[in-house]
Write a protein that binds this ligand. Sequence first.
Ligand SMILES: [Zn+2]
Length: 352
Amino acid sequence: MSTGFSIHKMMMDRYSIAVFMMISFLVGVLNASEGDSDLHYRSCLAECEETGCVGDQCFRHCNFPSDGVLVDGPWYMKEPLYLKWKQWECESDCRYACMTDREKEREERGEEPIKYHGKWPFKRVLGIQEPASVAFSALNLAMHLHGWLSFVNLLYYNLPLNQDKKAYYEFASLCHVYAILAMNSWFWSIVFHTREVDLTESLDYSSAVALLGYSLILSILRSFNVRDEAGRVMVAAPFLAFFTTHILYLNFYNLDYGWNVKVCAIMGVAQLLVWAIWAGVTRHPSRWKLWTVVFGSGLAMLLEFYDFPPHYGVFDAHSLWHGTTVPLTFLWWSFIRDDAEIRTLDFIKKIK
Ligand SMILES: [Zn+2]
């Protein structure tokens, strides 16, 4: 009886192990891209993580002690974080070397590039994973900084101020917050495209959601001309609650890409619609700038959906999408400056 039970139990254990392995294999395959499910790539990776070499190319990051403790050495060498970092570096170096090898073979056979771990095979420049996206993100950051500084210059040095030395433009502080969120978002985009790890990824995603959410609120407040504090709080509160929950959900519960793409797409399209409708009904003298930004952003969004492999190993759809927002950002801040000027002069006319 007892032997029968233990044999039965052993079989159950084996059965559950087999089921578990099947499920993890399936999950692995479903999560994988075409490139990293390739057997040659997989064996190259396994060998590299073992020996630290691919062909005659060897990586110093792969020589970390297996017991996890460095006995001699300064305190920061003993930190587990340091070892983890080396592990990441080793994995990333091996993946890159194996991917480059495989892609060279595929190119010789005249085959198109394929994705590895959800990413196109980019050429690294100075250790930067996606150089084009980094360069364009930096340009976007510079554009926002330039736009914001010229907005501040116009508001506080060129336009009249009220008795309290404050700007007449009612949307000034909303624009300052917008500028800070935009620059924050592009900063993390630079970091993320330079080196992709879980931490940089969630920082990039979270700041992008914050920026998108905030600009949706801004579009509603400006186009409906909501000027009093109570009205603004009423409009913003439900949105703020939703975005905060969404960011917390992504970071601490489940980084669900599909769901996040849907949320971001809805927020993006919603604010383009709000601006487009307003641009259609308003008599704002600079409405053509708004039209151009809305139309341009709509077209640019298509790049994000039409995902093509990188040209010259550098320019893929995502990086070009970051590229198109550079001139749009310039025009956008130019619209904000016009708006500030027009509203201030209108206000002065009224009080005279
Ligand atoms: Zn990006």
